[in-house]
Design a protein around this ligand. Structure first.
Ligand code: NAP
Length: 282
């Protein structure tokens, strides 16, 4: 029997491909699910689904039974506390490996941004746990692009003059899964950057050309306009997206992907390839 990995946040946009790659690579995959019904619509019976919540130590105790590793894919306010809870339970369950999705901009000098601070502290907790780990610091995912199309309009907040090496979730998930097989992937932070540097506007234009041909122009929404609209609409999602892009415009894409590429195999999926794959799946 191959090793068992618990995936926390497997129903998430970036957790699901990791669970699938682990399975495809021969691991036994256990899914921690807050909502079993939702999880069983995503994963068939070859995945083991267990009820639980990352904030509840008791359910984590049970879910980590017999697990070699745990992959953590959380977002938002619970991220740091969720990681701390996993790390507090994992040693007594004999967990031998933790993988975790952080971000490409997670450096101490950027911790003025709350999300980055949570990720920075979550990473610190993992590093100090004594459990071998691989921390993944990916840049923007191609899978994020659809979120910037709303009500027949495609828009980017701010001017976004920086180049980003958009990465496909499939490439990232393959790298996470590979890390579980390699001793030299242990106790490292891996920066995951895709094969081509692009402006956000150009990436979104390319995406829209295929999936929203009716949209002829990528709009640029100034941050102050986005903030006013978000306030009027009471949209927390828009407020966060605008703040997040302002943060990225300021700090850019950080880290050097050379070590990740050398050890885990560089991402190969270009935006063009990703668009074709997505179209074929539809
Ligand atoms: N998008 C990008 O370009 C990008 C780039 C770099 C890094 N990242 C990072 O990637 C991470 C994951 O993103 P994502 O898009 O996959 O997030 P997501 O879709 O919001 O997924 C979050 C997952 O966490 C689970 N979850 C939430 N609360 C939980 C709890 N109390 N107990 C157990 N599970 C819980 C959710 O399960 P339910 O199904 O129960 O809700 C869901 O499966 C984020 O931290 C993000 O910052 C994203």
């Amino acid at each position: 029997m191959d090793k068992r990995i618990l995936v926390v946040g497997a129903t998430g946009m970036l957790g699901e491909p990791v669970a699938r790659h682990l399975k495809g690579d021969g691991f036994q995959v256990r899914i921690l699910a807050r909502d079993r019904n939702k999880a069983s619509k995503v994963f068939d019976e070859s995945y083991e689904i267990v009820d639980g919540d990352v904030m509840d130590e008791g359910s984590l105790e049970k879910s980590l039974d017999g697990c070699f590793g745990v992959h953590i894919n959380l977002s938002g306010e619970i991220e740091q506390v969720g990681v701390e809870t996993v790390v507090s339970v994992a040693p007594r369950k004999g967990v031998e490996r933790i993988t975790y999705i952080s971000g490409t901009s997670v450096f101490e000098e950027n911790t003025w941004f709350p999300q980055t601070k949570r990720k920075f502290l979550a990473e610190k907790t993992i590093r100090e746990s004594g459990i071998p780990y691989s921390i993944f610091c990916p840049t923007w995912f191609m899978e994020s692009l659809p979120k910037y199309v709303r009500e027949g309009r495609a828009f980017v907040f701010g001017k976004q003059p920086n180049l980003y090496h958009f990465v496909a979730a499939d490439d990232y998930a393959r790298m996470v899964s590979t890390s579980y097989r390699l001793d030299n992937a242990v106790n490292k932070r891996f920066f995951i950057h895709g094969p081509e540097g692009m402006l956000f506007h150009d990436a979104l234009r390319q995406y829209c050309k295929e999936f929203h041909p009716e949209i002829k122009k990528i709009s640029t929404m100034p941050y102050w306009v986005a903030n006013i609209i978000a306030r009027i609409k009471g949209s927390k999602e828009m407020k966060f997206a605008s703040e997040f892009m302002a943060f990225f415009e300021k700090v850019g894409e950080g880290g050097d992907p050379a070590e990740a590429n050398r050890i885990l195999g560089a991402p190969e999926i270009t935006l063009d390839m990703w668009i074709k794959q997505r179209r074929d799946r539809m």
